[in-house]
Design a protein around this ligand. Sequence first.
Ligand code: AQP
Length: 334
Amino acid sequence: MRIFSGIQPTGRKHLGNYIGAIRQYVEGQDRGDPAIFCIVDLHAITVSYEPAVLRERVYDTTAILLAAGLDPERCILFRQGDVHEHTELCWLLSSVTAIGELNRMHQFRDKSLAQRELVSSGLLFYPVLQAADVLAYKAQEVPVGEDQREHLELMRDVARRFNSRFAPEDGEILVVPEHRIPEVGARIMDLQEPTRKMSTTGGTPEGTVYVLDEPKAIEKKFKRAVTDSGNEIVKDPEKPGVSNLIDILAAARGTTPAAVEEEMRTARGYGDLKVAAADAVRDMLSPVRERYEELRGDEEALETALETGAEKARAIAAQTLAEVRDAMGVGPRR
Ligand code: AQP
């Protein structure tokens, strides 16, 4: 069994990224074959960005992942742009990806609307590269948050279509992956606008809790979290703010929303829920921030970890690419 997931080098990873993805990576690194985690710098260039900042953000994100508990001795952690097989496989898979499918993706629609300057064709192609990332390693399981469900479905269709077009009748070349979406915290919402997901690019500054926020900032953001005019601490679609705080508290404590509701029956009001959520999140993130500060100072060590990871990743991806090229009739007969 192989786990694969990718994360953007935005540097300022938020609570949604941590609960929806990073925590699952750490939990998955000891299951099955060495799990593979990729910092997707090639995805990051699909929206406007600064080259020098991108490099820094890759190191920031690497340090966050290591601080959260990924161990390069137990998993493969690398930078996407170092393994050229991803981009070649992306191109090959484009032959079994319909343009209409890409046009329909919600992320493409949202992000293309948000772009002030050029809407790059890379933004449209984003899910094809993502499919190549996962399929290159024949991964069975992909830990992601709820927002990636649509891309995972597309990736599964691409793998199936590739197999039915190019694989021999008695076997498959690409593995159709399953997503792994956490039961609690799959979609953490913005604390100020709880009907929108917490997000790096589309969120409010006060409503977005960052992994590297100081305890005081975390407490302040929770204190000001938007709730409603009622006083009942229950999950309810009509109460998005309170529901989000319940989910966050449950996810941070590793318990269920029902257990949080039960505990909060004796609370004096939403204030108690906010304080409990802030405390739990602060306790969860503080050790990560402290460890990050130690690791981020040694860029050379971070670079070495990424390069070592890329070598291991390349060995696996090159094998898949050779099979794909062969099946598609690209290059000389093997
Ligand atoms: N709000 C969220 N709740 C739970 N999981 C989330 N993820 C993202 N937002 C939430 C999951 O985090 C993983 C890494 O995401 P990414 O860094 O690759 O970027 P993203 O998915 O585009 O989300 P961001 O960070 O919020 O960026 P933008 O601003 O682009 O929307 C993914 O597994 C994702 O599901």
